[in-house]
Design a protein around this ligand. Structure first.
Ligand code: DGL
Length: 270
């Protein structure tokens, strides 16, 4: 039994959609949520920045005593998970767009995929796409502009609806019946998407699967907390603790114990 926290890392607020599922499945685990909001979005930054910054923050989280890390960011996973697994001595749980469950769920076998530009151009994503190419036709679009809006807490304005409408209409016209939310920020748009497409797209979010994978890894490495543990959940932001607190209240309905932390990018990261 191990009472140390699990680190949950994202470029910003998106990983809160994963934290929500982790808390539901593993309520006795202590968590350290890290939002690198000062440097979000990662989806359009140079790939070497994403890899180096992810490694830098994850090394810091391990130094804070995290017993395992959830990389609650598709973009960071695509570009850095291999390096993290080579360099860090704790279990690393990554995320990837749910193409497989989407192909299994789709009846029309036409699946829309919404992810960041960096995720869509990564080698790891393209290998996944190729491996499932016979199972469905995947229509991939970069959700450019969505992450900065969600970071401000905007999940339903006219701008959000217009951006989504432009991205999703061609998918619907091509016969898509399923949509992969391939960025952890996007589950916060679920209600708006449902409303916009009138429920015609089944939404695939991998938050629950990630929480289950974390539970399996904690059990495998004998790292789970005792069910008697009173867990602590801390929320850290590189931008603004007050904003993170507000967003956690708005998006998750929790009163977050939030702190601002400063981690300057290493010179090689810039
Ligand atoms: N939430 C992230 C993801 O899952 C990244 C968003 C961003 O910073 O662009 O891809």
């Amino acid at each position: 039994m191990n009472p140390s926290p699990v680190g949950i890392f994202d470029s910003g607020l998106g990983g809160l959609s994963v934290l929500r599922e982790v808390r539901a499945l593993l309520p006795h685990e202590s968590l350290l949520y890290f939002a690198d909001s000062r440097y979000a979005p990662y989806g359009e930054k140079p790939e070497r920045f994403v890899e180096a910054r992810t490694l830098q923050v994850c090394e810091w989280l391990v130094a804070q005593g995290c017993k395992a890390l959830v990389i609650a960011c598709n973009t960071a996973t695509m570009h850095a998970v291999q390096t993290l697994r080579e360099r860090l001595a704790v279990p690393i749980i990554g995320v990837e767009p749910g193409l497989k469950p989407a192909a299994a769920a789709s009846r029309s076998k036409v699946v829309g995929v919404l992810a960041t530009a960096n995720t869509l151009k990564s080698a790891k994503f393209n290998r996944l796409l190729t491996s499932l190419g016979n199972e469905s036709r995947f229509l991939c679009e970069a959700g450019v502009g969505l992450v900065p809006l969600i970071e401000q807490g905007d999940v339903s304005s006219d701008t959000v609806r217009q951006t989504l409408g432009t991205l999703l209409s061609p998918m619907l016209e091509a016969g898509a019946d399923t949509l992969v939310l391939g960025c952890t920020h996007y589950p916060f748009l679920s209600e708006t998407i449902d409303d916009l497409v009138d429920g015609r797209l089944a939404l695939i979010d991998t938050g629950v699967a990630i929480a289950r994978q974390l539970a399996r890894k904690l059990a495998e490495f004998d790292l789970a907390a005792s069910p008697d543990t009173a867990p602590s959940v801390r929320y850290l932001s590189t931008k603004d603790a007050a904003h993170l607190r507000e967003m956690a209240a708005a998006l998750l309905h929790v009163e977050a114990n939030a702190e601002t932390v400063v981690i300057e990018p290493a010179p090689a990261t810039e």
